[in-house]
Design a protein around this ligand. Structure first.
Ligand code: ZN
Length: 289
């Protein structure tokens, strides 16, 4: 979720209203995964066919963990994705597990204070700019322990905190201690994350394009076309979409868009990109529930 355009309130209403969500995402959830085509087979044959020079696209889907709309559709897409799961919520553990079993990469989607808006919209375990060093450190640790299979962190909102060098040094230090990397969602154009990551010897991974800043299937398809062009220009592209009130549209747009891009780019997990572009090997101490 990105707060640069003030839309997060809209998302957060859904995020923080589990009563609404129960009706949307029910017991059918597990069925959607078992009915999915085997991802590993598709991925390996895709790799076999792909030219060594083909550009790579990593699609990240934010805001999992609360059974939001579109979760089942995202977890059924026939390409390798990365999902960013919020901590301490109703489906945190099950979403992370389902994604991992499907062969997707899992990130901790860590709530961080935005420049505008109420911190209470962030959800549990959020990092605020005025917290002490010790509190930031212990909150990051606790959130990581709560999201199984996480190989890295990205920020939920966070336009204020990602501009705060003191706090981000602590967050990235925890990443380094645990063999994880940090993906800057780029909700703040003045983010200090890339600079600090380079100084600390972590890969400066960042989001390039938001897929669903306007909510329509056609917009997502159009954004994916831009992602393809950017990937061809710079060999790779990182893009972020969301589950939530319009999550089914995002999933449908991705499904159509990837069909049109077949043969043009390789869809990879963020861990593949980190390894191949920055020659950085994460050594995650995976948390198993
Ligand atoms: Zn988010």
């Amino acid at each position: 979720m990105h707060d640069s355009k003030g839309k997060y309130k809209h998302y957060l209403l859904y995020l923080l209203l589990p009563a609404l969500i129960i009706g949307v995402c029910g017991p059918a959830a597990e069925g959607a995964v078992s009915a999915s085509a085997p991802l590993q087979a598709a991925t390996s044959s895709q790799k076999k066919d792909s030219a060594a020079t083909r550009s790579r696209v990593a699609i990240i889907i934010d805001d999992l963990g609360n059974g939001l709309r579109g979760t089942d559709e995202i977890l059924s897409l026939p390409i390798k994705l990365t999902v960013a799961v919020m901590p301490f919520l109703s489906t945190t553990e099950s979403d992370a597990r389902r994604a991992h079993e499907r062969g997707y990469d899992v990130l901790l989607h860590l709530p961080m204070e935005p420049r505008q808006g109420k911190p209470s919209w962030l959800g549990p375990g959020a990092i605020l700019a005025d917290m002490s060093d010790a509190e930031v450190h212990s909150r990051v640790e606790a959130a990581l322990d709560n999201v199984p299979f996480a190989i890295g962190i990205n920020n939920h909102m966070g336009s204020k905190v990602t501009g705060n060098e003191r706090v981000m040094r602590i967050v990235l230090a925890v990443c380094k201690e645990r063999g994880l990397f940090y993906l800057d969602s780029k909700t703040n154009s003045r983010s200090v994350v890339g600079k600090i990551a380079r100084e600390m010897g972590l890969p400066p991974v960042e989001n390039h394009i938001f897929l669903d800043d306007t909510h329509s299937v056609n917009h997502v398809i159009k954004q994916l076309r831009l992602v393809g062009e950017k990937a061809e220009d710079q060999r790779y592209c990182v893009t972020i979409g969301h589950v939530g009130i319009q999550g089914k549209k995002t999933a449908a747009g991705i499904r159509s868009g990837i069909e049109a891009m077949k043969g043009q780019v390789d869809f990879v997990g963020i861990s593949d990109l980190v390894r191949e572009e920055w020659h950085w090997s994460p050594r995650p101490s995976l948390t198993f529930p």
